[in-house]
Ligand binder design. Sequence first.
Ligand code: 13P
Length: 418
Amino acid sequence: MHAATSSHPKRILSPQGEQRARGHNFLTLQMASATLLKSSFLPRKSEWFNARPSSSSQPMAVSFTVRAGAYTDELVKTAKTIASPGRGILAMDESNATCGKRLASIGLENTEANRQAYRTLLISAPGLGQYISGAILFEETLYQSTTDGKKMVDVLVSQNIMPGIKVDKGLVPLTGSNDESWCQGLDGLASRCAAYYQQGARFAKWRTVVSIPNGPSALAVKEAAWGLARYAAIAQDNGLVPIVEPEILLDGDHGIERTFEVAQKVWAEVFFYMAENNVMYEGILLKPSMVTPGAECKERATPEQVAEYTLKLLHRRIPPAVPGIMFLSGGQSEVEATLNLNAMNQSPSPWHVSFSYARALQNTCLKTWGGRPENVKAAQDILLIRAKANSLAQLGKYTGEGESAEAKEGMYVKNYSY
Ligand code: 13P
């Protein structure tokens, strides 16, 4: 099964063999987990760079090409599968602290059992995979079982949903800035990604934020872009499709023009640093905020205006090689997020334009559940209604008819954190 053995130092690895061996190598070296595999399977680190045939007439491939290419085909395939017609991402990767706030809103304690019950409800909604191609999980969920003892990851795969993983370690104050923040998580990221891949994850998410009222300062934008680019390169190197998410927060009373201006700056820098870090654009997904006025701006924008500004931004800044744009909902109401997505899909785009919503998929579902076992089915039905509405919006066919008042309620929370 394993193409590489350390007794064949010059042996050429198949891409799959190299891939497996490298994943194993990271695990063994960095997690020191001798039980996962026998060290005799492992190529020496120097062999990664000798993994391409070298002939006298052809120059030896440089090490970068070999390392970046190990998962190329798989990354492209994963990204395309997630960005498939009529489907989007269910973001259910709230950290334990944030999940606690959600549970508190329905009067539940923040225990592992309650988080498990809620996430079991979400992923086992019958037929969810028709509308949802990927689910972003928090680390606890990736390693957790459902309330009836199946691995969460297996349930997702059986629903035709790819498991993904939040890999950032959250936001902390950015010293020297205007009260802005930066995102932690690069230390040890390669070994964590390798372990997550072994556990079944096939894509990753890193969310950093940019605040308009606080600047954004050049320092904060550069730090956000650089962090995303380093993360994206490391995730790809370990077989995970990186979702690149520089969230431009809704906070502020600025108009839509200002959001557009800041978004142009942010995305220019993100792509500049991704190019510098040799990130392969066919194997990434983006998770932008839609271009809207600030939450406290008196002038509101129609879905058509949001679509116009957002598409203009994307056309100016995003190469067509990128397979998918998976928007966050950022505090918009469930219906607003769906209407805006639908407006963006009224004309063809070079990318799959879809959703990766947390609040705009889960809000009414969570309230309907209320922590009661007898409400599980009703809550799952609500989740399926939202997932289907967004699936239709991805296809540009959502009408907005028959939506409940609850689904129209805004969810903006100042300084919201994940
Ligand atoms: P919201 O859709 O609630 O903004 O969540 C986005 C997100 O980043 C979660 O992964």
